[in-house]
Design a binder for this molecule. Structure first.
Ligand SMILES: NCc1[nH]cc(CCC(=O)O)c1CC(=O)O
Length: 318
């Protein structure tokens, strides 16, 4: 790679802030300049419900094509939007240190989850969030919403100026809100004890062509930018999703933490209406990428044995 690295990004405000942060760090580590290459994806253009568009990778495919067509040198993804299967010819060369993993409630009038009145309307486009919300508060009315972070915030009564304000609250990723400087709109951080995040939530992935991952000043910068504990954690989380043959729209949460030589992985599989939650934990001391992937598979097998496929309506083939 030459003196300027071309960094592919989605054009949403969230993607642009994420990508700019990554590009600046990489440029500094590699002693190169950077330019942003904006790519629009199906997930951005199509306003249908995420569960309707279905499949995986709606936010990712166009960025991957841009890499393969040599329109950019690296692409920055939200890791939770990245399909669990490998893409031919591409490598996730760096997973930087993860931000806040939690989901966050942004409610009207400073309300917390427990303060919302019976029947209050809470917006989310995520079956995982919807199911865990209904499990915690079966009396709430959970509304399927789409759109970028600001569009969603505008649905909450009195939260931001000029919005429709037709909902009492929305649930969004804390990481996205703080990257956008919208942290002050969070009225409660939802603890993973009852709201497990999406596999990979709060983490980013920097993908490049496999041919470029080997040696160049820039490849070395990518290696140094990689954060080993984050890579282990998200590898374990994504292995659960992969074994369950599910994507980012499945009602599945997973969270791994690495502490004192031990990786602890928790996962939950939900029925869409939140009436059944199957939640299990596994640990490993094998702190390698293979060890992390293995513990994810072990946990997924345990969930399957407990009826995960039936509970979440998954079509698991083996
Ligand atoms: N699916 C959209 C998406 N992809 C990544 C984030 C937030 C940032 C992150 O989790 O890293 C969001 C928005 C949200 O879930 O609120």
């Amino acid at each position: 790679m030459s003196g300027t690295v071309r960094v592919g990004t989605r054009a949403s405000a969230l993607a642009l802030t994420q990508t700019t942060t990554v590009a600046e760090s990489l440029a500094r580590l590699g002693g190169v300049g950077y330019e942003l290459v904006r790519v629009s994806t199906t997930g951005d253009v199509n306003r249908a419900s995420l569960s309707q568009i279905g499949g995986t990778g709606v936010f990712v495919a166009a960025l991957r094509d841009a890499l393969l067509e040599n329109a950019c040198d690296v692409a920055v993804h939200s890791l939770k939007d990245l399909p669990t299967g490998d893409a031919d010819g591409l490598t996730v060369a760096a997973i930087p240190e993860r931000a806040d993993i939690r989901d966050a409630l942004c409610a009207r009038d400073g309300l917390k989850l427990a303060d919302l009145p019976a029947g209050a309307s809470v917006g989310t486009g995520s079956p995982r969030r919807a199911a865990q919300l209904k499990a915690a508060r079966p009396d709430l009315s959970v509304i399927d919403i789409r759109g970028n972070v600001d569009t969603r915030l505008a649905r909450v009564a009195g939260l931001v100026e000029g919005g429709p304000g037709d909902l009492d609250a929305v649930v969004l990723a804390a990481a996205g809100l703080s990257r956008l400087g919208r942290q002050e709109l969070i009225t409660e951080y939802l603890e993973p004890s009852f709201m497990l995040p999406a596999p990979g939530q709060g983490a980013l992935a920097v993908e490049c062509r496999s041919a470029d991952a080997g040696s160049s000043p820039f490849a070395e910068a990518l290696r140094r930018y990689d954060h080993a504990p984050t890579r282990l954690a998200v590898t374990a989380e994504r292995a659960v999703l992969r074994r369950l043959e599910a994507g980012c729209t499945a009602p599945i949460g997973a969270l791994a933490t690495v502490d004192g030589g031990l990786l602890t992985l928790e996962a939950v599989v939900c029925s869409p209406d939140g009436s059944a939650l199957l939640r299990r934990t596994q640990t490993t001391r094998e702190l390698t990428v293979d060890g992390a992937a293995s513990v994810g598979v072990v946990l997924a097998e345990e969930l399957l044995a407990g009826g995960a496929a039936e509970i979440a309506g998954l079509a698991v083939t083996s």
